[in-house]
Design a protein. Sequence first.
Length: 370
Amino acid sequence: MKIVSVVGARPNFMKIAPLKRAIDEFNSKDHSLFEHILVHTGQHYDENMSKVFFEDLELPEPDYYLGVGGGSHAEQTARIILAFEKILLKEIPDIVVVVGDVNSTMACSITAVKMGIKVAHVEAGLRSFDRTMPEEINRIITDSISDILFVSEPSGILNLNNEGIPADKVAFVGNIMIDSLIYYLNKNKNSSLLDRFKLKGNSYCLVTLHRPSNVDNKESIEKIINFLNDLSSKIKIFFPVHPRTYNNFIKYSLLNNLKDEIILSEPLGYLDFISALKEAKFVLTDSGGIQEESTFLGIPCITLRNTTERPVTVEVGSNYLAGENVEKAFEYAENILAGNYKNGKIPELWDGNTAQRIVNVLYEKLVRSL
Ligand code: UD1
């Protein structure tokens, strides 16, 4: 059984690493049943957005690197489709596994389905119901053409059912990104991050922002800078800056508007980031994955978005949705600093065994059904 799995952008790497490990484990018990080929589209290409994750997550060099980074959505998507088709023509896999909601996810699933190759989507069914988000379009398209849909939280089952996806295509397996988190927390590889940035545990707010709705136009990014400046009088701020956000700081000449006491850094690798997160007093973010990781760790999270496609993090976990309303976010931050916050609970099946469940389903559906 030949599996081609796809990574493209930063949030994909920690979802494919556990799958690779689970396939290797399965093979060691069952005579190398699966052949696994890893394709990196190159959507993210900077050393600290990609290479460091391969090292931290012990991923092997990809079998194919498509080098399609940068450009508009149309350019990126089109280049991925053209390059990925060539790989599929050569490899003729039994199934393509895509993860998450980035442009690479959608582009590779379309390519495979058009060639009559099955697609499995890991992290299916999440919906923000906000079609201005590029990821929402990627999710809807990928789910609508996938053959196996692996769901991470209960809302996913409901959403797919409402969209008429047959229940026998859907498997609730839990959150594969949490597999990576548990694995590396247990390995306890200590990162020197706190020392390097002179940070003390439980005494700083970790900030990550990169959504186009927050950082692409001058007015919103200025509003956020003012908010961070205000917040920095209450708590130390540590802000690893995503390339999109950094490019916009430069484009609008705003980098110098951030107060000096805000600690900026380049984007962090995986091990550094989980250290920064687990030691933070709270996190302020617009990322999807960080809402989930903070929920698992019980760290309060303030999300600067109007919607979340991961409602379990608000309903069960430690996440607060502030919208794009910085006053609301400030209020949440003050409450957290005063000790008023929810610790939340760990959602169902976020237990470190999601990748194993996925491989078992692939085995049942691809091998046993033959
Ligand atoms: C992408 C995903 C988003 C995910 C995010 C995580 C889509 C639609 N969006 O957004 O869901 O949360 O990744 O980071 O797929 N750039 C660099 N170096 C890099 C990567 C990007 O300079 O290594 C620059 C690009 O050239 C571009 C900008 O950053 O100008 C945005 O990159 P892009 O891949 O288009 O989307 P992200 O904002 O990173």
